[in-house]
Design a protein around this ligand. Structure first.
Ligand code: OSB
Ligand code: MG
Length: 371
């Protein structure tokens, strides 16, 4: 049970080591919404909202999430005693959408319970894995050579999966270049909605590269046209943006619009929803993996804990801190072994890392206390 007393919202700015470009936009500095949750018994926990600055991935942004938490989500929860696994359904009752905002509060509540029970978040979730395979997501590059260089470096570092962001004009030749340089690597492509069903023949040219999957080629909410596209490709489709709840996962499975699911807990409203999607997928032999949203080390903790569940059977976008940040806001920073694995924290209660408060204070551009 939790009995939320207070939520402190903060926005920090954290510059990326290099700009990250996807088909729908580029980001150079992350605006990150952090939450500090406090329970009536004095327990505290940090969480992170994955919404970005612009609504180019989903409709949510840092501003909309702040507004939703302040206006609707915090008032619904503060001062009420509730089981952490019931929060998702409570919020669904009368708040439509705003899944990233909901997730930040819901997942933070799970961390409060983990803290209080002196157990790791992974243990509370029921995840048994002690290490998780790591994949890298490579943003769109300005040339094939630049992409091949980055992919080769990632492969040499031990990454278990290399995801190549694609868009029209930077797709077939780019993937071909990487495949030629890395004949045995686990490769995949992510289009972030850059194509139309009319591009099916064009996309079918990717079939010859033996990709693990192609992620979200079509519209961000679509599960119908993806089914038609899947019939025309041998490469499995993985859905990301379209799967916002277990209902959409059910649609995907019923229509065969994808054969793999990227679960980002922020996108689906938190851990309860993530577990439902995970369990449903498992019943249907659909593998899942944990996606990323350029999180700081706080958000990473939640993703790593989730990815310790059994059906997370493919490498997750769980890059170490140093991939994105000059310096992360947590200690220890997240690392990856030479075998491409991240360790699931087990010996520390809660999220498993400490937030560097002085550093966060220095990076903070605004704060609001909700009580
Ligand atoms: O589609 O998975 C995506 C980042 C921002 C928005 C969308 C996506 C991504 C990534 C980053 O691929 C993965 C990561 O955090 O390492
Ligand atoms: Mg994606």
């Amino acid at each position: 049970m939790i009995d939320l007393r207070q939520i402190v919202l903060r926005e920090i700015r954290l510059p990326l080591r290099e700009p990250f470009r996807i088909s729908s936009g580029v980001v150079s500095e992350r605006r990150i919404l952090l939450l500090q949750l406090s329970d009536a018994d004095g327990t505290t926990a940090w969480s992170e909202c994955v919404a970005g600055e612009h609504p180019n991935y989903s409709s949510e942004t840092v501003e909309t999430a702040w507004h939703a938490i302040e206006q609707w989500i915090a008032p619904r929860l503060i001062g009420r005693s509730i089981h952490h696994d019931a929060i998702y359904d409570l919020l669904e009752e009368d708040i439509r959408g705003h899944d990233m905002a909901k997730a930040a509060v819901e997942m933070g509540s799970w961390a409060l319970v983990a803290e209080r029970q002196r157990m790791s978040l992974a243990t509370l979730l029921g995840g048994a894995r002690s290490q998780v395979e790591v994949g890298i997501s490579l943003g769109i590059q300005s040339s094939i050579e630049a992409l091949v260089e980055r992919a080769s470096a990632a492969h040499a570092q031990g990454y278990r999966k290399i995801k190549i962001k694609i868009m029209p004009g930077r797709d077939i030749d780019y993937v071909a270049g990487v495949r030629a340089a890395l004949p045995d690597a686990h490769l995949m492509a992510d289009a972030n909605n850059a194509y139309r069903l009319e591009d099916a023949d064009h996309l079918a040219q990717l079939d010859r590269f033996g990709l693990m999957m192609i992620e979200q080629p079509l519209d961000h909410l679509d599960v119908v046209q993806h089914a038609e596209l899947q019939r025309r490709l041998t490469t499995p489709i993985c859905l990301d943006e379209s799967i916002t709840s277990v209902l959409r996962a059910r649609d995907m499975i019923a229509l065969d619009s994808g054969r793999i699911i990227n679960i980002k807990p922020g996108r689906v409203g938190g851990f309860t929803s993530s577990r439902r999607i995970h369990d449903l997928a498992q019943q249907h032999n659909i593998p899942v993996w944990c996606g990323g949203m350029l999180e700081s080390g706080v958000g990473r903790a939640y993703n790593v804990a989730l990815a310790s569940l059994p059906n997370f059977s493919l490498p997750g976008d769980l890059s170490p801190s140093a991939r994105y940040w000059e310096r992360d806001i947590v200690t220890p920073e997240w690392t990856m072994s030479a075998q491409g694995m991240v360790t699931v924290p087990r010996d520390v209660a809660g999220i498993g890392v400490q937030v560097d408060l002085d550093r966060v204070d220095n990076l903070t551009v605004r704060t609001q206390v909700l009580a």
